[in-house]
Structure formats: structure tokens, C-alpha cells
Design a protein around this ligand. Sequence first.
Ligand SMILES: [Zn+2]
Length: 230
Amino acid sequence: MQLYFLALLVMVVSLVIQFWLKATVSKWSKVSAGTRFTANDAVRCMFRENDINNIEILAKGGSLTDCYSPNEGRIYLSEPVYNQNSVAAIAVAAHECGHAIQDKKGIAIYRFRQALAVPAGFCSQAGVYIAMVGLMLMGAGYLLGESVLNFGIIMYMVTFLFYVAMVPVEIDASRRGLKAIKENGFISEEYIGGARSVLTAAGSTYVISMVSAGVTLLRLLAMRGNGRRR
Ligand SMILES: [Zn+2]
């Protein structure tokens, strides 16, 4: 029962973080960086500095849809970011560029996260369903049930591990982005704090996702405990 409340609490915190992120991005999207740089200039400059010359910069519809796609060799910048000069636009673009640099440099935790991306996506729902089937089999008195449940839990652990790896990867990308912003003067000094708050708010969404996956894992483990006692 306590786990149920914990899951509810995580959901509420997650909503608050989404709201905070939107408000922070909206605020700093209206503030000009106070320099001649656009988000695209910042990306090109960071690419040059890091010897990256095979990545395209493309516009993508919607907001907060920015991403680095290693498979396509592209950086997608959302409408409020692409070619824009706001503090938020440059902060987001520099962060995405941070991922391209992680990829280029072959940073271990980035590679680990990339390797887990596909299995984690598959395991997140399948793991829970398989665990439920295992639980039902256990309830019906089948010995096999516990093995099925354990298999589901192990699958979900892959998903949890992916979320855990995500946090340092995101923090590192923001750190690289902010460093480049400061060193190259993409954003005038008085607004660097704004760039940092945009990236902190964005980073918090990954922390809460990790906590949420952790709570789901705990709930599965608790179900296993209950199933065994019966
Ligand atoms: Zn990121």
C-alpha cells in the first residue's frame, strides 16, 4: 500500500516538473541571448571545435522535440530553437550538441545507454506483463509461475538500468553545452544563469523518470514477495 502512495507521489512530482520545465523554457525563449549567435551557429561552432563534420542540422515541428539522432547522423532542433537567438534556444542546442560530442568521443556511459535503448523500450511493457502472467500462474498453483515472474522482473531491470544510465549522460551533455556557451560567448554572461535553469529543469525530467522506473521495480518485487507468501 505504501508503494502505491509512493507511485502516486512520483506521478504528482513528475507533473510539477513538466510544468516547471515548460514555464522555464517559455520564460527564457523570450529572452535574447544578447549576442549575434543563433542556436545553429552554436551547434556549428561546437562541431568545428570537436572535429565533427558529418552531422546535419534539421528543423523539427513542435516544441521540446530537440534530439540528436546518431543513427541518422542528424541533430533535430525544434521550431522555437532552430535558427533562434533566445537563451533557451542556444542552451537546448548546445545540450544536444553535447550528445553528438559524447558519441564522437565514445564516452563509456553514453555507449552503455545507447546499447540499452532498444531492449529497454521493449522490456518496459513486456517485463511488467510477463511478471503479471507469472503472478497469475503462481496464484493458480503452477510452480513455473515464479520463474516467469522472475523473468519479467529481470526484463524490467534492463529498463530501470537504462533510466539510471540516462541521468549521468544528460548531466554530462548539459555540462559540455554550458562549457561551450561560456567559452565561446554564445550567450551574454548575465543570462548564463537562465541557460543553466533551462538545462536543470530538462535534466530533472530524467531524474524523475528514473525514480518512477525504480518504484515500478519495487512494486514488482513486492508482488513477488506477496505471491510467495500465499
Ligand atoms: Zn539530452
